[in-house]
Structures are given as C-alpha cells and as structure tokens.
Design a protein around this ligand. Structure first.
Ligand SMILES: Cc1ncc(COP(=O)(O)O)c(C=O)c1O
Length: 476
C-alpha cells in the first residue's frame, strides 16, 4: 500500500463528515473541554498533538500531508493497517444489504459464521463463542463463565499482566497503578509472579480456583512466557480442576506470526479471548471462545440462556469486520508476513544492540516487539537518566519516542511505567517500511548516545517541569 493520503471525502446529507472535517483543527480543544484534558496535556507535552487528518495502510497523515509510519496501530487495533479498503468494502456491502440488527430474538448468519471461523483456527473443542464489544468484556465473560462452570470463587492472574480496566478485569490486572482509587475490587482475585509454577501450584492446591488467566506474551512490557511455563501451568490447571484461560486479545490473529500465540507452545486452553485485530481496524468487537460443556454449565439452561448478554455483541458490522479480517489475513498470507518481517526487525535491532549500549534487551515474537532501554554509562547521561526516573518511571523511553516521531515521522509507544518501547506495526508492513524504522531508530540512538544532544534536553526539560509541578503541588 503506498503512502498517499486518501483524497476522496464522502459527504452525508446531515453534514456530519463535512462538519468534522471543518472542525479538525479544534479536535484537541474539544477533547480537552469535554473528554480527557490530562491526556491532551500529555500529547501536547510529548509533541503528539499533530493535526492528523487521515490514515491509510501503515501511515497517518497530518494536515500538511506529512506521512507518519505507525508502529503502534492503536495497540494492535489496526493490525491490517489503517482503513483497509477490503474491510471497508465488506462493511459498505453489509450496510447496503439492510440486514436485521440489534434484535435479540434473531441470529444473523454473520455471527455464526464468525464463531465458526474462529473455532476452525483454534485447537479442537474450542467451539462455543460469546461476542462482546471490548476486550475487557470478553475477559469479564470468561471470569463469570469460569466461576459458574466450576462453582469455585477464586481467579488467579499474573503480576505485570493486563486484562482491561472495567472492574472485573481490573481485579486481575498486575499493576496496582491502574487500581488506585477504584477499590474495593472483586473478592477472590489473587496474583502470582509470571513464570513461577511453584506459586501457581500453591494457589491451586485447595481446589477453590475457578480459572487461571494468562497472556502468552505479556503486553505491558512485551514479556514472553518462560520456556515450558505455559504447558506446565496448563497441566497444573488440569490436575487441580482449574480452567486455563489464555488472553490473546493482543497476541492473537497473526500478531506473533501464528493465528494464535498459543500455537507456539501447543496449548489447549479452556478459554481463548480475542479482540483488537478482530476489528479490522474499524469496529468494536471481541470474543470469548470456550468449550461447549463449559458454556452450557455456565448458562446452558432454558431459564438462564439470557443472563449473559450484550446489546452490541454480535452486531452485523462487527461480525462482518471480523470475517473480513480473517479472510484478509489468510488471502494475503499475513501470518507468514508477520513472521518474516518480524525476523527482519529482530535481526536489525540485534545489530543495533551491538552498537548502542542503551538497548538492553529486544524481546517478543513476530510483530510484537519490546525494546528495553538500559542506563547509559557516561557520567552526565547517567545523571540525566536519574533525574528523568525521579520525575516519572515511564518517561525515559520518550528520549527515543519523541524524536522518532518529531524528526523521522515514526510513531512508537512507551509501554507504561518502565523503560520499554513497544512496537506493534501493522501485519501488512513491507520490508522497506521495516527498514525505514530501523534507519530512523539508528539515527535517534546515535544522537542520544552523546549526553549533550538535543534529545536529552527535551526529556530533561519535561522531567524538570514534572518535578517542579509536583513540588508546587506538595506546598499547596
Ligand atoms: C491482553 C489484553 N487483554 C485485555 C485488554 C482489554 O481490551 P479492551 O481495551 O478492548 O477492553 C487488552 C487491552 O490492551 C489487552 O492487551
């Protein structure tokens, strides 16, 4: 796909699209007034406050027509690239067919077809599907179904995990930072260190745990499960009658070079959770896939068949987007592409690691890549490093993220309160685009490895301003 903004602007008789285009310059002010002013502040501080006006394939375009290579894709939402024309075609055709939607007494073939298509790509027996609109809702569904099917109260997750921010999934999330102020959360939710089988077994031994829920590669810092951990965790779960839930909301649908990351370890879980990429980059859709006997134990009676529902869960456009996504991944061999372009990126990053001390580790699989930064060695740079960490635990990666965006038009993301830069480029990424990223990364690292360079001063200024603001707040 070429890096050209789409010049065609559709119009509607109500003027919605035209109004949005006319008010594009007000987008951040509107957001600051009515949505989330703190997030707008952050975008302005790190210079991500461009007036983006369109998106196509691997690129966003700003009002001046400058292209930005998107290595984040809304955390994997636009895994097919932005505004994929074939997904749009399917969505338009689905709308034009005037199908029935939102009527709970009706099942469209689209929903059954998508459930069937997901099942066919999963290990045998995973053939009962509940569709939701968000990943958190899919996680929440698995929490409920596991409790109801086992009649056990407890749920175990891992430290550093992420499963969503509604109250159910939040009770599983590994970092307390996300939870502050929102408690009390669900009772019966406990965590074990990711990779620690002894601690997991200690929790399972009393046979009161309904489910163990785990990401095969933790998304927060792109941490792959240690060798044999997932197979052994699955065996422990089977032994103690705990259901084994794999959260593939980020890793699923080609991200790691397979349909599902669980294939790397030959897992046969009791639940698989899917989201993000299923959207085709257009529609809110997620799925909980489980075994028929589990589904039926939870809600499989005539009296209880409607106790777990979601108004938008299997709406036609979401179902059509999901089906289009699976077909495009298959037709365009995107699993193979994710694996091969991923290898190109890993090899390129390994070569950069040889040259730059600040790359501590590169990890992940396929096109899910985490680059962990380490402390620089020179005295001045180390002092800056300390100051930046005092200001905020998640600020240091901005040393790379800001100039990548500002000087090279490459969008990446700092992974949270840590020193990891996270790459989730589209599965459609070309070899040339991968090389563009590597060249830009090389140039930014070259600058950062001199302590007096401009990249340091930008982040140091943010750190100083943060510390000053904090001190002032403390005095008030
Ligand atoms: C592994 C994982 N599970 C669940 C979620 C929650 O998904 P959503 O934001 O669609 O609720 C996310 C979102 O980042 C995720 O990465």
């Amino acid at each position: 796909m070429n890096a050209e903004p789409n010049p065609v602007h559709a119009v509607d008789s109500l003027g919605v699209v035209a109004d949005a285009a006319a008010r594009a310059g007000e987008a951040l002010d509107l957001a600051a007034r009515h949505l989330d002013p703190s997030l707008v502040d952050v975008l302005r501080i790190v210079g991500f406050d461009e007036e983006y006006v369109s998106a196509q394939g691997s690129y966003l375009f700003d009002v001046d027509g400058r292209a930005y290579l998107d290595f984040h894709t809304g955390e994997g939402f636009a895994s097919l690239g932005h505004n994929h024309p074939d997904v749009r075609e399917v969505l338009c055709a689905t709308l034009a067919a005037d199908l029935i939607d939102g009527v709970q007494i009706h099942y469209s073939p689209l929903a059954g077809m998508l459930a069937e298509a997901l099942s066919e790509r999963l290990p045998p027996g995973l053939d009962a599907v509940f569709f939701a609109s968000t990943g958190a809702e899919a996680v929440d569904s698995a929490m409920k179904f596991a409790r109801a099917a086992t009649r056990r109260p407890r749920l175990i997750s891992c430290d550093s995990s992420f499963h969503g921010v509604t109250l159910g999934p939040l009770s599983l999330v590994g970092d307390d930072f996300f939870k502050e102020g929102f408690g009390p959360l669900l009772p019966g939710c406990d965590r074990v260190p990711f990779g620690d089988l002894a601690r997991l077994e200690a929790e399972l031994r009393d046979k009161d745990v309904a489910a163990f829920i785990v990401e095969p590669i933790q998304g927060r810092m792109v941490t792959p499960a240690p060798a044999d951990y997932l197979q052994s965790a699955q065996a422990l779960c089977r032994h103690y009658g705990t259901l084994f839930v794999i959260d593939e909301i980020q890793t699923g649908l080609g991200r790691t070079g397979k349909w599902f990351a669980l294939e790397h370890w030959g897992l046969e879980p009791d639940f698989v959770l899917v989201g993000k990429a299923l959207s085709g980059g257009y529609m809110p859709v997620a799925a909980m896939v489980t075994r028929r006997e589990i589904y039926d134990k939870a809600v499989g009676t005539l009296e209880r068949c409607y106790v777990h529902q979601s108004t938008y869960g299997r709406n036609r456009l979401s179902m059509a987007a999901g089906l289009a996504t699976l077909r495009i991944i298959e037709r365009d061999s995107l699993l193979e592409r994710a694996a091969s372009v991923g290898t190109l990126l890993f090899d390129g990053l390994a070569a950069l690691q040889q040259r730059y001390e600040m790359i501590k580790e590169v990890r992940g699989r396929g096109l899910m890549i985490g680059i962990e930064l380490g402390a620089p060695k020179s005295r001045v740079a180390r002092m800056n490093w300390r100051l930046i960490h005092m200001a905020s635990e998640g600020l240091f990666p901005q040393l790379i993220v800001i100039p990548l965006h500002r000087d090279h038009g490459v969008i990446t993301m700092a992974a949270g309160k840590n020193d990891v830069i996270k790459l989730l480029p589209p599965l459609t990424l070309s070899e040339a685009e991968a090389q563009t990223f590597l060249d830009a990364f090389d140039a930014v690292l070259a600058d950062c490895h001199g302590a007096a360079r401009k990249n340091w001063s930008v982040v140091r200024d943010i750190a100083t301003a943060t510390l000053t603001r904090r001190a002032r707040a403390g005095f008030r």
